[in-house]
Design a protein around this ligand. Structure first.
Ligand code: DC
Length: 226
């Protein structure tokens, strides 16, 4: 069983996927967390080499460095855990520095191929719900169910504001809206794996729904069709 959940930042994909994974005994693949982990690696390498991240991504030395890193993805009770050389990545990958630089890494074709291959290997052994930008279009064109989550810019920004305020209490809703607009632009315009709904995706507008509301809509659709 493969379910894909794509959509823009703040549409609620990862939170919804976590709950559905639990309810339907699936494993959740959070592809954004994988791109974040590769961005963390790229930034570490750039700092070590005193290089700019956009120069690092094309260098052969970075590819050699990546080949030596052990980025392992495991599921613990359906939740995805990413370990880098034995260390849980979660605390490192939600920092603003990662989000600001993710574009350079997510645009790189070789990184996308690595991520997609890792996800494909996991999907051979597990029933999954995969969330991201290109899960239904590129990674799982034959998924059993494809959903595309949307919400208004204001609502998406207000969902992200709390998260931003934990890092810096001074953040305003306008700043978060600008950050999300920029990321929408980057995500919709990348050459490979851009954010767009799959042709047969089911749209779920989460603007006026809470978490339970979105989960119920999706689970009802799945149960009615099965
Ligand atoms: O879902 P998220 O905010 O954690 O994703 C972070 C970034 O990772 C997103 O802005 C673009 C990139 N990404 C991607 O290019 N393709 C995916 N399937 C998932 C995320």
């Amino acid at each position: 069983m493969v379910i894909t959940l794509d959509g823009p930042a703040g549409s609620g994909k990862s939170t919804v996927a976590k709950v559905i994974a639990k309810k339907l005994s699936l494993n959740q693949i959070d592809s954004g967390a994988m791109y974040r982990s590769y961005t963390h690696l790229c930034l570490s390498f750039a700092k070590e080499q005193k290089m700019k991240i956009k120069d690092v991504i094309d260098s052969k030395n970075f590819k050699d460095y990546l080949a030596k890193q052990k980025l392992v993805i495991e599921f613990h009770s359906g939740r995805q855990i990413i370990h880098l050389n034995g260390k849980d990545m979660e605390q490192f990958i939600r920092q603003p520095e990662i989000t600001e630089n993710i574009k350079f890494v997510a645009d790189a074709r070789f990184v996308r191929e690595m991520v997609n291959e890792q996800i494909g290997v996991l999907a051979k052994d597990y029933s999954i719900i995969a969330d991201g930008r290109d899960m239904g279009t590129v990674v799982f064109p034959n998924a059993d169910f494809k959903f595309f989550l949307t919400a208004s810019l204001e609502v998406r920004a207000s969902r992200r504001l709390e998260e931003f305020k934990r890092i810096n209490p001074e953040f305003t809703i306008d700043q978060v809206m600008r950050e999300i607009e920029k990321r929408d632009h980057d995500d919709e315009n990348r050459e490979f794996g851009q954010l767009k709904p799959a042709q047969n995706a089911i749209f779920v507008d989460t603007t006026n729904l809470d978490l339970n509301g979105v989960v119920n809509v999706i689970i009802n659709i799945i149960q009615n069709k099965r």
